[in-house]
Design a protein around this ligand. Structure first.
Ligand SMILES: Nc1nc2c(ncn2[C@@H]2O[C@H](COP(=O)(O)OP(=O)(O)OP(=O)(O)O)[C@@H](O)[C@H]2O)c(=O)[nH]1
Ligand SMILES: [Mg+2]
Length: 377
């Protein structure tokens, strides 16, 4: 059977671009047309050879930027993601049957034991959806990478840290405060974890229009990042560093305090946290503390060794799973008094999960997914 599930004709020619172009020209002149990006996979999806998570995994496999990402895409392609979703759908179906059976007899009060049983089933479902969400989050990190912004006052050593992480001199480092004026991006693979690190201009009030724009961009990056590393010079003292971070970042973004230049104050003892914000001490100059920092980055990404079994996932999947979880939480509030509403919410859960595998999908969504494929896939 072919990839698309349709009949295929295969032409083989002698190698070299001239012969194959000639052959292609003849075929096109005879009335064939070239496939659009992702068209083969779209047809495979429409012919039920693949579901949507698998079709997306084909594109992810082609685009994977690390072995871990490729392995995750392969696991989605072989149906691990779909199987997890199907298992949840089956559980959901049992709860729906349970509830709808009672809808048929509206006059009978549902007894406490049945109500408790339904709540128990819903709790089990909630747990499964939470696990799927956690797995999918890891999958997204593997596919898209973790976005990390390095921010902090001038001269803290932000560019030095970027260079240390990248393993080469990507950014200019000098002892002049205000050296970095633009944002600088590096794509790095840390132990199989793809990471996008952004070095930014030091945050301070300045009249220099170029530096001002740099500071504006730095703020923009903190909004976009999955994780912000606030870098400070150990000689400023941890309370001062923490206060600076809090003033600049507030509580909107998750951040870590990275205390740099430990080589200049080897006797300083740092706590693990300040007000629940993690603290890590490093020296970007000597490389001390970098291992602890890497471990921290991996744990922030949710990447544990258990992630070895993760499937690839996309942000659209996270949104759908989150919607399913929210609808389920609503459904629980309606048991046992308003079973009609609970049933309606559960249909919402089913629809949201159906979007993952493509049971329910709009043409717009399909167009968006498949147009991002490369030609020939
Ligand atoms: N001793 C010591 N010096 C460091 C360390 N990290 C950076 N420096 C020095 O601190 C100075 C500033 O480093 P940069 O990496 O340019 O600092 P920055 O935060 O990018 O500064 P701006 O771009 O101006 O905001 C340079 O002279 C670095 O060599 C460190 O861990 N130990
Ligand atoms: Mg810099």
């Amino acid at each position: 059977m072919s990839y698309t599930g349709e009949d295929v004709v295969e032409f083989q020619s002698h190698g070299g671009p001239v012969v194959s172009e000639w052959l292609l020209g003849t075929i096109l002149a005879a009335g064939a047309r070239a496939a659009a990006p992702g068209e083969f996979t779209l047809r495979a999806f429409l012919n039920d050879k693949l579901d949507l998570t698998q079709a997306e995994a084909v594109a992810d496999l082609v685009a994977s930027g690390s072995r871990a990402a490729a392995r995750a895409a392969l696991r989605s392609l072989t149906g691990r993601f779909s199987a997890a979703v199907d298992a949840i759908q089956a559980k959901l179906m049992r709860v729906r049957v349970h509830i709808e059976a009672h809808l048929d007899f509206p006059d009978e009060d549902i007894d406490p034991a049945t109500s408790a049983a339904i709540h128990g089933e819903m709790a089990g479902l909630e747990k499964s959806i939470a696990e799927l969400l956690a797995d999918a989050r890891q999958g997204v990190v593997l596919r898209d990478g973790l976005n990390i912004a390095i921010v902090g006052p001038p001269n803290a050593g932000k560019s030095s840290l970027l260079n240390r992480l990248a393993g080469h001199d990507a950014a200019i480092v000098t002892d002049v405060p205000g050296t970095t004026r633009d944002t600088l991006r590096e794509r790095i693979v840390l132990d199989g974890l793809p990471v996008h690190v952004v070095d930014t201009a030091g945050m301070r009030n300045t009249d220099d229009p170029i530096e001002k724009e740099g500071v504006r961009r730095a703020r923009l990056e903190t909004g976009r990042a999955d994780l912000v590393l606030w870098l400070g010079d150990v000689r400023e003292g941890l309370p001062h560093i923490a206060a600076g971070a809090c003033a600049a970042l507030g509580s909107e973004v998750p951040y870590t305090l990275v205390v740099n230049k430990l080589d200049l104050a080897p006797d300083v003892a740092l706590p693990g946290h300040v007000d629940r914000v993690p603290v890590i001490g490093i020296s970007a100059l000597t490389g001390a503390g970098m291992e602890a920092l890497l471990r921290h980055l991996k744990s922030c990404a949710g990447l544990t060794d258990a992630a070895a079994g993760t499937f690839s996932a996309r942000r659209r999947h996270l949104a759908a799973i989150e919607r399913a979880a929210a609808a389920l939480a609503d459904a629980r509030t309606h048991v046992p008094s308003e079973l009609e509403l609970a049933a309606e919410d559960l249909r919402g859960v089913q629809a949201a999960l159906g979007e993952l595998t493509g049971e329910v999908s709009s043409d717009d969504l399909l167009g968006e997914i498949f147009s991002n494929f490369c030609i020939g896939k």
